[in-house]
Design a protein around this ligand. Structure first.
Ligand SMILES: Nc1nc2c(ncn2[C@@H]2O[C@H](COP(=O)(O)OP(=O)(O)OP(=O)(O)O)[C@@H](O)[C@H]2O)c(=O)[nH]1
Ligand SMILES: [Mg+2]
Length: 204
């Protein structure tokens, strides 16, 4: 769960961008970093750990300071996992303490199997952490909509968003920043609502 520091009045929230290799997770963070509208002192540095050209080998990290809610300064920490199948131990590590998840899917037809596998891998890894996707604020992004071989959104919804409760989903062309902030705004709003509801319950 989110780290709530009552002494410093800070709420720290961890968001993980998950999805198959090359689907555009790092690109999402790069575009957030480049375009976020915030006072410069509220924008941390984006750190990419052990990156080999455009492949993430460990993770990317971007801290963002947002508004103050109920007297708490909220700090969002954005992480990506390495999508390549072999780096599962790293994905498990990055998922520790996760509060919200953005699943980035690659819209190209030939990537559907990888999308589905990555989704199953996410659920498996959450299980090892004794977490259940149904309890975690979760948003789906269908990225790379600009490519000619993009599958219909309805088909992707059917494959990746067919649970009892449908999750908010967004189409995106992350390399052009399209859909990046819609996705981020939704997951942060869901997380803040959760925090407000939980703190109301504690008070009430
Ligand atoms: N055409 C197109 N290319 C994109 C889009 N989003 C990202 N890319 C490109 O896809 C490539 C891979 O993007 P990354 O963001 O590095 O992918 P990743 O999910 O972080 O990949 P891993 O770190 O290996 O897991 C890069 O060359 C991006 O520029 C998009 O919406 N459309
Ligand atoms: Mg990456």
């Amino acid at each position: 769960m989110a780290i709530i520091n009552n002494a410093t009045k800070e709420l720290q929230v961890k968001i993980v961008y998950y999805g198959p290799a090359l689907c555009g997770k790092t690109t999402n963070l790069q575009k957030v970093f480049a375009n976020v509208q915030t006072a410069p002192e509220n924008k941390g540095k984006m750190v990419s750990l052990a990156t080999n050209s455009d492949r993430t080998l460990f993770f990317d990290f971007l801290p963002l300071e947002a508004l103050t809610i109920k007297g708490f300064k909220t700090k969002f920490q954005l992480y990506t996992v390495p999508g390549q199948v072999i780096y599962n131990t790293t994905r498990q590590l990055v998922l520790r303490g996760v509060d919200g998840i953005v699943f980035v899917a690659d819209s190209q037809y030939e990537k559907m199997e990888e999308n589905v596998e990555s989704f199953a891998n996410l659920e498996e890894n959450l299980k090892t952490l004794k977490l259940n996707l149904a309890d975690i604020p979760f948003v789906v992004q269908f990225n790379k909509r600009d490519l000619p071989n993009a599958a219909p959104v309805e088909y992707m919804e059917y494959l990746l968003n067919n649970r009892e409760v449908r999750m908010p989903s967004f189409t995106a062309c992350a390399h052009r920043s399209e859909g990046v902030f819609e996705t981020l705004n939704m997951i942060t709003r869901m997380l803040l609502n959760k925090f407000i509801n939980e703190s109301n319950r504690r008070v009430g």
